[in-house]
Design a binder for this molecule. Structure first.
Ligand code: PNS
Length: 160
């Protein structure tokens, strides 16, 4: 299980998904339906972009979830969560979440170091750079950059 917001999917996410798919028989990418956080892309759009990005891998499924990750893991009969680790700064939060999830249900978390060349890539920075006119086309899967530009133009026009 690879959980996240994926708002939007980046090449860093795809790297972790592909590496997990090479190790595990089956991988489920679990997209959180963020109820409290306002996402730039709605859940349908985030699923669509992910499905397109992971389409070459036949053992990867993309699903949405609400509520606790451990409950979704149990419902899908999944015992391992895989998360990417970009930098030491990610470690504190990831260790706390891993420990909490293991406490709640016994689910294990495997942390995968992101490829060094992608360690600076995050959805939030990609959105910020794109919003300010920077080129992020090599940081997101094909088609996502175009959608980002259109969406950001629409949200700016709407004054959000
Ligand atoms: O991409 P993100 O936003 O960093 O992903 C965070 C995510 C979705 C992995 C985390 O917020 C999560 O697991 N949320 C589900 C709710 C839950 O189980 N919370 C307790 C985590 S210990």
């Amino acid at each position: 299980m690879i959980p996240g917001s994926f708002d939007p999917v980046t090449v860093g996410h795809v790297d972790v998904i592909q590496r997990a798919a090479a190790v595990f028989d089956e991988v489920t990418v679990a997209v959180l339906v963020n109820e409290s956080k306002r996402a730039l892309f709605d859940i349908g759009e985030r699923l669509e972009m992910l499905e397109h990005a992971v389409a070459p891998a036949s053992n990867v499924a993309v699903m949405s979830f609400t509520g606790l990750l451990v409950d979704f893991c149990a419902a899908q009969d999944v015992a391992v969560v895989v998360k990417g680790l970009r930098a030491p700064a990610d470690l504190n939060a990831e260790l706390r979440m891993a420990a909490m999830n293991r406490h709640l249900s016994g689910v294990e978390t495997f942390l995968v170091p992101t490829s060094p060349s992608l360690s600076f890539v995050s959805s939030s920075l990609v959105k910020e750079v794109a919003r300010l006119g920077g080129d992020v086309s090599d940081l997101v899967p094909a088609g996502v950059s175009h959608r980002l530009t259109r969406r950001l133009a629409a949200t700016d026009a709407a004054g959000r």
